[in-house]
Design a protein around this ligand. Structure first.
Ligand SMILES: Cc1cc2nc3c(=O)[nH]c(=O)nc-3n(C[C@H](O)[C@H](O)[C@H](O)COP(=O)(O)OP(=O)(O)OC[C@H]3O[C@@H](n4cnc5c(N)ncnc54)[C@H](O)[C@@H]3O)c2cc1C
Length: 401
């Protein structure tokens, strides 16, 4: 069988399949796995453990708190907690995951998959490398080829329903604390999304912003962000720009005859933060399990593979649905309501709750805990009166609709 894409989701799926004794080709278009990186590399300690790399030199920095900035200049400080996230060297982390797959027996194929077709004998993958074409026959194909999955398109699987464009910047910049990330929110600042700055602890940081709009929009918004926070981002030396699109809703169908989608290709991304490494790793195990069972039964038809979608929705669906609702609620808020909520968050009890419950893999749990707390009920009621749609989304998040 074949796994297309040696990102975290693909390498982990390939490793798990190879460990079950299956013959797997792990197809990656880039000469070196992970390069160029299109990611800010912020993951939870849980995700770090799941990577099983055993190489602490892949951790660039430990993060213990966050400053959440609103457009008008105010901010809330949340943190001084145990380590809540680590910034990793994403390229080397991807390489380490791919090495685990090869060590388990997956075969490395460096080529771009330019098409897939169904034939009587199975699926034929059309590959290209240095202008040369080749074909590979597989009984089952896993599309782990990112947000614009070629595999999904070739086999007629519909794309995730919503995406934002994001720009990332590696930069030299001194931030006030090396162990705090900065998050920038506001409907004018980053419509549809948010901006961020992740210190690396050595005078460098990963900055970024995502938003709705056309291709040039994130860069324009990034420049505005710098202007809006001159005391923080006034003196930045940009070293590298990169970009990408982030799916914010799962793909409607993540399986078909002879095919499974995993990771960004399946839209398995946390809608609140855009982080897809944790969710991709969780789904990769379930993907490999479903693929192995289907192959063992000798039936790789869509009905035989449907259990995969049920399994990953059982594992991740509730959190993804809830955090999507909370994001939609946030998008209903104007500047004034955001400021009100930020002010409420400064209440020592809420800050304490936020710090104790923070979990970047399950943001809805933290946010719903906050919403239930008495000091936030007043501001939430005031927001609900002004923005009834926000209230609907909040109710949806509580009920898990
Ligand atoms: C600016 C930005 C910042 C981000 N920051 C974070 C963050 O801090 N934390 C976090 O958790 N997530 C972050 N994300 C999201 C994260 O990068 C993705 O969710 C994650 O990489 C998805 O993993 P994946 O394995 O599904 O796909 P990918 O990592 O995209 O891997 C897909 C692989 O497939 C290969 N490929 C694609 N097409 C083909 C083809 N046709 N043939 C062969 N190979 C192919 C690619 O080269 C790539 O190696 C960020 C995204 C962006 C855009």
């Amino acid at each position: 069988m074949a796994v297309v894409g040696a990102g975290p989701a693909g390498s982990r799926t390939a490793r798990e399949l190879a460990r079950r004794g299956l013959r797997v080709a792990l197809i990656e278009e880039h000469q070196q796995v992970g390069i160029p990186s299109h990611c800010s590399g912020l993951i939870s300690p849980r995700t770090w453990q799941m990577g099983e790399t055993g190489d602490d030199s892949l951790i660039c920095n430990f993060l213990r708190g966050a400053y959440v900035h609103v457009q008008g200049g105010g901010h809330v400080e949340l943190g001084d907690s145990p380590v809540r996230a680590v910034a990793i060297d994403r390229a080397r982390w991807d390489q380490s995951l791919a090495r685990q797959a090869y060590a388990a027996g997956a075969e490395a194929v460096q080529a771009r998959c330019v098409g897939v077709e169904r034939t009587r004998d199975g699926l034929v993958l059309h590959l290209q490398r240095n202008g040369n074409s080749s074909r590979l026959l597989a009984r089952l194909v896993v599309g782990a080829d990112g947000a614009h999955s070629r595999v999904a398109r070739a086999l007629g699987l519909p794309p995730p329903r919503e995406r934002v464009l994001a720009l990332g910047v590696e930069a030299e910049v001194r931030l006030p604390r090396d162990d705090y990330v900065h998050v920038f929110v506001g409907p004018e600042l980053a419509p549809g999304w948010f901006g961020w700055a992740i210190p690396l602890g050595d005078g460098r940081a990963r900055l970024g912003i995502g938003c709705w709009g056309g291709a040039g929009e994130p860069l324009r918004r990034y420049r505005q962000l710098r202007e809006a926070f001159p005391w923080l981002l006034g003196r930045v030396r940009e070293l590298r720009f990169y970009g990408g699109s982030i799916p914010l809703a799962p793909a409607p169908l993540t399986y078909g005859d002879g095919v499974l989608l995993v990771g960004d290709a399946a839209g398995q991304v946390k809608p609140f933060s855009g982080g897809g490494i944790y969710t991709g790793l969780v789904a990769a195990h379930l993907c490999a399990e479903a693929a192995a069972h289907a192959l063992a039964r000798g039936d790789v038809s869509a009905p035989s593979l449907a259990a995969y979608q049920q399994a990953w929705r059982r594992a991740l669906g509730r959190e993804l649905a809830r955090s999507r609702r909370l994001r939609l609620m946030g998008l209903c808020l104007g500047q004034r309501e955001l400021e009100m909520l930020m002010k409420a968050l400064s209440h020592p009890r809420l800050r304490g709750l936020a710090v104790r419950n923070a979990d970047i893999d399950y943001p809805s749990r933290t946010l719903l805990t906050l919403a239930r707390a008495t000091p936030s009920l007043g501001p939430l009621a005031a927001v609900a009166l002004r923005r009834p749609r926000a209230l609907l989304h909040l109710l949806g998040a509580f009920m898990g609709w």
